[in-house]
Design a protein around this ligand. Structure first.
Ligand SMILES: [Zn+2]
Length: 345
């Protein structure tokens, strides 16, 4: 079957613990239409899947005129077992342990569904539509610093899944053995040191200790301060806020140095809300890379060329796509699985 881009329709679903977003997409026009629904966690997984499939059917009904539905892509919180499509103790979806999400969706929809972790779909979007496309690389690694720290790895144009779909969990690499407790049960994971949640915890700890007068003066109750509040204070010169971001950049650099040493990829992308404060984290990040990764020290942009090495060197950059990356990535998942990603999106 040969299809022109304009004839192909996909549906993307971004399943989150708070909201679920569903969009209709064509490679030519991008997102045509989208719906946002509250994730009714209290009603249980079966009801949430009913809501999701109802929204998918609505969008398919409205947008298939003259188009062929190629498939439905879903980005889900992990840990996710693939190819079975089953969730295992997902911290953001309480009560979903063991839930066969892929089977339940395909049973209701009687259509092909492609399921990936939310970090993987964000990486896929950045690869196909963002920096990966701009810089024309076919392998890259992305870390998404949001509520947690997601990680997606694309090698030679394919998402790296590992043996059970759980590859790419760099968010839970240990940065500091005795660091803050992480949601996974370990201490000092990157997620516990550099996520938006970690920044907020660091600020609240300082305030509780009677330190950080500038942050305390914001007058926010415990838990109400946001990573953006801290960024704003840092931009205005608050030393404690600056130090909190610098420390996150340092943690990120330590973790990334390990990844660079392992993979030697041409591109590493930092996405998510924390990465929008790139100027606050990048200095410490690059100091750690230079210090801890000789692969980076040898191949930093410019340096690689001066040594006569091919390519543009090891680039570490903030993401090009913003908060829509997860939904866009879900929309293009069916194209990826049809192995026509670069030519079609
Ligand atoms: Zn962890």
């Amino acid at each position: 079957m040969t299809l022109e881009n304009g004839q192909v329709l996909t549906i993307g679903v971004d399943l989150g613990g708070t909201n679920l977003r569903v969009a209709a997409y064509t490679p030519d026009q991008g997102i045509l239409d989208s719906l946002i629904l509250r994730t009714r966690l209290e009603a249980g997984p079966s009801c949430v899947v009913d809501d999701m499939c109802g929204a998918i059917d609505d969008l398919v009904g409205q947008h298939t005129d003259g188009r062929v539905l190629l498939g439905i892509g879903v980005g889900s919180p992990g840990p996710l077992e693939l190819p079975a499509g089953r969730l295992h103790h997902p911290p953001n979806l309480p009560g979903w342990d063991g839930f066969p999400l892929l089977d339940e969706m395909e049973k209701r929809l009687s259509r092909p569904v492609v399921l990936e972790s939310d970090a993987n779909v964000a990486a896929l979007a950045e690869y196909a539509l963002g920096l990966g496309k701009t810089l024309e690389v076919d392998s890259f690694c992305m870390l998404t610093l949001g509520t947690g720290v997601g990680n997606g790895i694309i090698l030679n144009g394919k998402l790296w899944h590992g043996a059970t779909g759980m590859g790419g969990e760099a968010g839970h690499m240990t940065v500091y053995p005795d660091g803050p407790l992480c949601g996974c049960g370990n201490n000092g994971c990157l997620e516990a040191c550099a996520s938006a949640t970690a920044l907020v915890n660091a600020a609240n700890n300082l305030i509780a200790e009677g330190k950080a007068p500038g942050l305390n003066a914001l007058g926010k109750a415990d838990g109400a301060i946001t990573a953006l509040d801290i960024a704003t204070a840092a931009q205005q010169g608050d030393v404690d806020a600056k130090r909190i971001y610098e420390q996150a950049g340092r943690s990120l650099g330590i973790c990334l140095a390990g990844l660079i040493n392992i993979f030697n990829l041409p591109l590493y992308v930092i996405g998510g809300g924390v990465a929008t404060s790139w100027d606050l984290i990048s200095k410490a990040l690059f100091e750690e890379l230079e210090r801890r990764s000789y692969v980076y020290a040898l191949t930093a942009p410019g340096r690689a060329a001066s040594k006569g090495m091919p390519g543009g060197g090891t680039r570490v950059l903030p993401a090009q796509l913003g908060s829509e990356a997860g939904l866009l990535g879900a929309c293009i998942l069916p194209l990826h699985s049809a192995e026509q990603l670069r030519s079609s999106v």
